[in-house]
Design a protein around this ligand. Structure first.
Ligand SMILES: Cc1cc2nc3c(=O)[nH]c(=O)nc-3n(C[C@H](O)[C@H](O)[C@H](O)COP(=O)(O)O)c2cc1C
Length: 305
């Protein structure tokens, strides 16, 4: 931080994902999510965050500690669109949902938000298609498990105890995943056990239990190539996420289906999407249910210097 009004935003290479995100597209989207969240928070004080983005490489060729953006607080013209309190309520849910499909009016509002940013959100509550998408996500867990580099990278941020998750302040905790720590440990560190078909079928059934009650799924397509496009997609996603939070809804992105080439090809074939102009960059389930636990994240004092 330079002063109470000005700050610089840096990325840390050790927290980037060179295997899952070699071009840094998801990192650019995360930057957009973060900047939009800062702006919503500033709105509470009648302020806005003015941003000058630097767009350094954030994929395999990222520097150690690249400068990502210069930020300055300014006066806001007009009220903020979203209440800052929604930032605290927004969660990812990896718990079962209650089986109720999301109503059309809410889905229409979410489509409108995506369209404002030039993206196209689509949803289905058709039980057969919902089940197919949820099963594809379960299959993808095993595609990732079979690839050494992906499994290793995901294993780095899938923590084996609540204490490790708190200390590291990133990724998944066993509680957030909804699985007992010993199962998570076996999965990532004794993955050979999951090779035989019957064991795999059992593990898949267990995993599918965590997405029970899903009645609506959605996907978002749009320009997803340059850092500017990915940053815009991230800004959109935060607005989309806060809007659905205001309706008491949660989402779980199925990120691996997007990043696994095998799963991605199955998805676009089933949904009959031709990706020449618009890439599908997000797949998610959306619904209501029990409040998910908060993800352990680094305290403010550790991220502001
Ligand atoms: C583009 C994107 C893809 C994601 N993919 C997954 C995923 O595949 N599985 C999952 O459980 N969470 C996924 N997430 C959710 C994040 O892990 C989660 O939102 C993040 O850790 C913040 O935690 P919180 O939402 O609990 O605060 C994804 C999030 C984003 C923005």
């Amino acid at each position: 931080m330079h002063s109470p009004e000005a700050a610089e935003l840096y990325a840390l290479r050790e927290r980037l994902l060179p295997v899952e995100d070699p071009d840094g597209r998801f990192a650019a989207a995360a930057q957009g999510i973060f900047l939009e969240a800062l702006d919503v928070a500033a709105g509470k004080a009648g302020l806005t965050v003015e941003v000058q983005n630097e767009f350094p490489p954030l994929g395999v060729d990222a520097d150690e500690r690249p400068l990502v953006a210069r930020l300055r607080l300014g006066q806001r013209n007009g009220p903020a669109r979203f209440a800052a309190a929604l930032l605290h309520r927004r969660r990812t849910s990896r718990l079962p949902f209650d089986g109720r499909p999301v109503d059309e009016a809410t889905l229409g509002q979410l489509c409108a938000i995506a369209a404002e940013f030039g993206h196209e959100a689509s949803f289905t509550s058709d039980p057969a298609l919902v089940d197919w998408v949820v099963s594809l996500n379960a299959d993808t867990v095993f595609y990732d498990l079979d690839e050494d580099d992906r499994r290793t990278e995901i294993g780095l941020w899938t923590h084996l105890s609540e204490r490790a998750a708190l200390a590291q302040g990133d990724g998944f905790s066993p509680r957030g995943l909804g699985f007992p720590a010993p199962v998570v440990r076996l999965f990532f560190h004794r993955h050979q056990l999951f090779r035989p078909g019957p064991v795999r079928a059992l593990a898949r059934r267990l995993y599918l239990r965590s997405t029970r009650g899903t009645a609506t799924v959605g996907w978002i397509a749009g320009s997803w190539g340059t850092p500017v496009e990915c940053l815009t997609a991230g800004r959109m996603l935060l607005s989309f996420w806060l809007a659905l939070t205001a309706h008491g809804l949660y989402i779980q992105p199925f990120g691996s289906v997007i990043t696994s080439p095998t799963a991605h090809a199955r998805l676009t074939e089933r949904l009959r999407i031709r990706e020449a102009e618009r890439e599908v960059w997000l797949l998610l389930r959306i619904g209501s249910g029990p409040e998910p636990p908060r993800s352990p994240r680094r305290p403010l004092t550790e991220i502001v210097a």
